[in-house]
Write a protein that binds this ligand. Structure first.
Ligand code: ACM
Length: 387
């Protein structure tokens, strides 16, 4: 096996927004990425050489994501890139990654229906969060849904899939309302008006970023009771709760493979290290957890083949497993997505997620929704190695 980088650092690209609409959640991804890099470097680096992150702030803007990706590959000569939260930014970056035959590690839940052999997807596909959430909501709250989302690709596509699931559950989607990515107070006044008029049993929100706090606060101010009519989301994480505040966040629901409050030793160790590094108040999110474990997975693959050549790394990522904070994860060799552990949690009086549903199984990713059934999301019966 050729060791291509005998001297010099392992330079990797890091693109998470420190400004703009999704900066709160992307900061947690940046911090987790750097935490993993620091851990690897503290343990001697990769084959004796440290990892050197090259970091830019693309400001939650797809155009900036694309131009910084160009710069990273052309000027900084990186080959592995860690980054992106919004699907619009992933879609802006991927053609650049493909043109340079690089490899993007994408640590965010998304709408599915995508495959690039130049991307490793470590966030949840819809069969690892949406199906379980739909089933939970239908059986707990009722079958009259209202969808509220930010105006871009992930909410449209995620809602399309959720609508299919609601129909399967003999439910009805009363309306689908979109607000701008940078919403104003009047946008949520309209949403509140629609909720009052349609009287749903449950609200499915695909609002992302800083607009989330405006939404949940407007909802609280309007006097709705989340114990009877919760907002359910896949994108309201610990980072958004910190912006929403406890009072307006309590009672709402999120599905994700990781929550800061998980009680397993691996989760506790990760959260303790994260807070040690970034402060007690630093939110630790599922998106951060994926950002963390994907660096470890990627750099293990680099160590195995002695190269950051994306083709070599890809070969060494096939079926790769890692004991992540959420449980043991695995890269699926068929679709470059990740086997993950679905969970659903409700926000308690302290603003902390309490898990209300945890099947204790690891789910094979099915990004194209081959099996898209409320009653069969397990897809495959591979024995689980660890909880
Ligand atoms: C997302 O845009 N994938 C949250």
């Amino acid at each position: 096996m050729a060791i291509e980088q005998i001297s010099g650092n392992w330079r990797v690209g890091v693109l998470f927004s420190q400004t703009g609409v999704t900066q709160a959640i992307e900061r947690t991804q940046l911090e987790a990425t750097l935490l993993a890099i620091e851990e690897i470097n503290a343990a001697g680096g990769v084959l004796g050489q440290p990892i050197e992150p090259v970091i830019y702030d693309p400001g939650s803007d797809p155009k900036k994501f694309r131009s910084f990706a160009e710069r990273l590959f052309q000027v900084d000569r990186i080959r592995l890139l860690f980054g992106c939260y919004m699907s619009s930014t992933r879609k802006a970056v991927l053609p650049v990654v493909e043109a340079h035959r690089g490899l993007l590690f994408y640590p965010t839940l998304y709408e599915g229906f995508e495959y690039s052999r130049h991307c490793i997807y470590t966030g949840a596909a819809p069969n690892q969060n949406s199906i379980q959430l739909a089933k939970f909501l239908l059986s707990t709250y009722g079958n009259r849904f209202l969808f509220v989302g930010s105006n871009y690709i992930y909410p449209y596509e995620s809602n399309r899939l959720m609508a299919d699931l609601v129909l399967q559950g003999k439910g009805v989607v009363l309306d689908e309302v979109y607000v701008p990515l940078y919403p104003e107070a009047k946008d949520f006044e309209k949403v509140i008006g629609r909720i009052k008029k349609t009287s749903p049993d449950v609200i499915f929100s695909t609002v992302v970023g800083s607009g989330t706090s405006n939404f949940y606060r407007a909802y609280c101010a309007a006097g709705f009771d989340p114990t009877r009519l919760p907002i359910a989301s896949l994108t309201t994480s610990e980072a958004e709760i910190a912006e929403i505040g406890v009072e307006a966040a309590e009672g709402h629901i999120t599905a994700a493979p990781f929550f800061e409050t998980l009680s397993s030793p691996a989760a506790k160790r990760f959260v303790a290290r994260f807070k040690d590094r970034y402060g007690a108040e630093a939110p630790v999110t599922a998106a951060a957890e994926a950002a963390y474990f994907q660096v470890h997975l990627a750099m293990r693959a680099v160590a195995k083949c002695g190269s950051d050549d994306p083709e070599q790394v890809l070969i060494n990522l096939r079926d790769a497993e890692y004991d992540a904070p959420q449980g043991r994860v695995r890269i699926d060799p068929e679709n470059n997505h990740t086997w993950l552990w679905p969970r659903i949690a409700r926000i308690d009086r302290q603003g902390r997620f309490q898990v209300v549903w945890n099947p204790g199984v690891r789910i094979k990713p099915d990004p194209y929704g081959v099996v898209q059934s409320l009653d069969d999301w397990s897809v495959d019966d591979v024995p689980l190695l660890r909880s």
